[in-house]
Design a protein around this ligand. Structure first.
Ligand code: ADP
Ligand code: ASP
Ligand code: MG
Length: 470
C-alpha cells in the first residue's frame, strides 16, 4: 500500500490560508491513490512563545506568562473559527481549545508560585503547541473532504526519559504505529498527529528536541515502511545555502542521504539532524517540498546521488558554538589522556563537534551551553583550560570532493579576508569545515557561495530558477 508520510512545518500551518493550502496538498495525494499520514508542527513561532511563557512564569512574572497564553489562545481560536464553519464541529473545537488553554494557564500559575522550571515541565508546556495545532488541522481537513482523524502522537512516539531531547524507543514505536495507525489507513482515513511531542513508557510527555517534527515524520515513515516521506516547508527544497543569507541560493534537485545528514547536523535548519536515520534504515526516499509552491519538484534525498560536476552541494553554518582549548605541556601525548578529556564531556552530556590536536594542546568545539563553566572546572583538574564563545562552524558538503585535489586552497582563498581558527575534513570525506567568529559567518557564506556556485551543474541544481524572467 502506498503510504506517504507528509510532515508540515510551522509556516505550513501558520494561519487559516496556510492550513487551507496544506489541506489541498493532502487532498491531492489522496486523489492520486496515496495513503497519507500527516504530521504537523505547532503554528509558526508558537513553540518559542510557549517557552517564553514558561520562563516568565518561572521568574515569578505570572501576569506576563498569562498574557502570552491569552494571545496564543486568541490566535488558535480565531484560526479554528475561520477554518471550521460547521456549527457543531466549530463549537466542539472551540471548547477543546479552551480546555487546553485552561490547563496550560493553571500550569503557568503553579509555575509562578514554585519558580522552578524543570526540563520535564518545559516539555509539558511546549507540547501544547503541537497538541492544539494538530486538532485544528484535523478538523479543517474534515471540512475540506479529507477523511482525517486526530491521533495523539504521544501514544505512538515512545521515548526514553531524556526530557527536551528524548531518544525514541524504536521497537515499541513501530509496534504502536502498526497497531494504531495502520488500521486507520486501511480504513481509508488520514491520521493527523503532532510532530515533536512524545511520551516515555510511563506516559509522561517528552519532546524530541527543537525542530523535532521532521524526526517524527521520519520515525513514522520508517515504522510503517512508507513509500516516501515528504517534508513540507517554506522554501523550494534543500538549497545551496540558507536562502535568507544568500538570496541567490539555488535548489538542489537531488542529494544523498549522507550529504543531507551532514548538512542537517552542521546547521542547515531545513532538516532536523536525526531525520534521515529512520529513512536510511529502510531506504525510504525523503522529499523536501514547499507548501507555498507545491508544484515545484523540491529536493529528493536518495541513497546514491548522481555524480555532480561541482565539488559541493551545499554550505551550512552552525552558530552559537564555543571553542575550548586544553593546554598541557607534558601529559598530552601520554596514554589515556585523551580518554580523560572525553570522559569530562561525556559526564556533562556534551557533544563535541570538532577536535584538533597539537603537541601541547587539544582544541574542541561544542554547542555553547550552561554547563561550560562546570566542564572547564573539571578539565582544569587535568590541564590549563580556556574557552571562548560566539564561534561558528562553516561546513561545505559534497560527495564529489572525494579525490579532487586543490579544493582546500580554493576554499581558503575565497575566505582569505576572514580569520579561520580550526579546520577539519571529516572522516567521511564529504565535508570540509572550519571555525570562524560568529560575526563573520554571513560574509563567509556569501563569499564561498559566490566562489563555488558560479557555474552550477544543471543536472543537480535548479539553474533555470536563476534565469531572469522574460
Ligand atoms: P519548518 O518550520 O517547515 O520546519 P524551518 O524553519 O525549520 O521550517 O526550516 C526551513 C528554513 O531553513 C528555511 O526557511 C531556510 O531559511 C532555512 N535553511 C537553512 N539552510 C537551508 C538550506 N541549505 N536549504 C534550505 N533552507 C535552509
Ligand atoms: N514546534 C517545534 C519547534 O519549533 C518542532 C518543529 O517545529 O519541528 O521546534
Ligand atoms: Mg524545522
Amino acid at each position: 500500500m502506498s503510504v506517504v508520510v507528509m510532515k508540515f512545518g510551522g509556516t505550513s500551518v501558520e494561519d487559516p490560508a496556510a492550513i487551507g493550502r496544506t489541506a489541498e496538498i493532502v487532498a491531492g495525494r489522496v486523489a492520486l491513490g496515496k495513503r497519507p499520514v500527516v504530521v504537523v508542527s505547532a503554528m509558526a513561532r508558537v513553540t518559542d512563545q510557549l517557552l517564553r511563557a514558561a520562563k516568565c512564569a518561572a521568574s515569578g512574572d505570572r501576569t506576563g506568562a498569562l498574557a502570552i497564553s491569552s494571545r496564543l489562545r486568541a490566535r488558535h481560536r480565531d484560526t479554528a473559527c475561520v477554518l471550521v464553519k460547521n456549527q457543531a464541529e466549530g463549537a466542539r473545537l472551540q471548547t477543546l481549545i479552551d480546555e487546553k488553554f485552561d490547563s496550560l494557564d493553571e500550569m503557568l500559575r503553579g509555575l509562578a508560585v514554585l519558580q522552578e522550571l524543570t526540563p520535564r515541565i518545559s516539555d509539558l508546556i511546549v507540547s501544547y503547541g503541537e497538541r492544539i495545532s494538530s486538532r485544528i488541522v484535523a478538523a479543517a481537513f474534515c471540512e475540506r473532504t479529507v477523511n482525517a482523524v486526530h491521533v495523539d502522537a504521544r501514544e505512538i512516539i515512545i521515548t526514553d526519559s531524556q526530557f527536551q531531547k528524548a531518544a525514541p524507543l524504536e521497537a515499541i514505536l513501530e509496534k504502536r504505529a502498526n497497531e494504531k495507525l495502520q488500521p486507520l489507513i486501511n480504513y481509508g482515513q488520514v491520521p493527523v498527529m503532532g510532530g515533536f511531542i512524545s511520551s516515555n513508557e510511563a506516559g509522561i510527555t517528552t519532546t524530541l528536541g527543537r525542530g523535532g517534527s521532521d524526526y517524527t515524520g521520519a520515525l513514522v515513515g520508517g515504522a510503517l515502511t512508507a513509500e516516501s516521506i515528504e517534508i513540507w516547508t517554506d522554501v523550494d527544497g534543500i538549497m545551496t545555502t540558507d536562502p535568507r543569507v544568500c538570496p541567490d541560493a539555488l535548489r538542489v534537485k537531488v542529494i544523498s542521504f549522507e550529504e543531507a545528514a551532514e548538512l542537517a547536523y552542521f546547521g542547515a535548519k531545513v532538516l532536523h539532524p536525526a531525520t534521515i536515520l529512520p529513512a536510511v534504515k529502510k531506504n525510504i526516499p525523503v522529499h523536501v517540498l514547499n507548501s507555498r509552491n507545491p508544484s515545484n519538484e523540491g529536493t529528493r534525498i536518495i541513497s546514491l546521488a548522481p555524480h555532480c560536476k561541482s565539488p559541493f552541494k551545499s554550505i551550512a553554518v552552525k552558530k552559537r558554538l564555543s571553542i575550548i582549548d586544553v593546554v598541557a605541556s607534558r601529559m598530552l601525548m601520554s596514554h589515556g589522556y585523551m580518554k580523560e578529556i572525553f570522559t569530562v564531556f561525556d559526564k556533562h552530556h556534551c557533544a563535541v563537534d570538532m577536535v584538533s590536536t597539537s603537541e601541547v594542546s587539544v582544541s574542541l568545539t561544542v554547542d555553547s551551553n550552561d554547563n561550560l563553566p562546570a566542564i572547564a572546572a573539571d578539565l582544569s583538574k587535568l590541564a590549563d583550560v580556556k574557552y571562548e564563545g560566539r564561534k561558528a562552524l562553516v561546513c561545505m558538503v559534497g560527495e564529489d570532493i572525494r579525490g579532487q585535489s586543490g579544493i582546500a586552497a580554493q576554499v581558503f582563498n575565497a575566505v582569505r579576508h576572514i580569520n579561520v581558527r580550526m579546520i577539519s575534513q571529516g572522516a567521511s570525506e564529504i565535508n570540509m569545515s572550519f571555525m570562524i567568529e560568529e560575526d563573520d559567518a554571513e560574509e563567509a557564506l556569501r563569499s564561498l557561495h559566490a566562489a563555488f556556485f558560479k557555474e552550477p551543474d544543471p543536472a543537480i541544481f535548479d539553474v533555470e530558477a536563476r534565469k531572469p524572467l522574460p
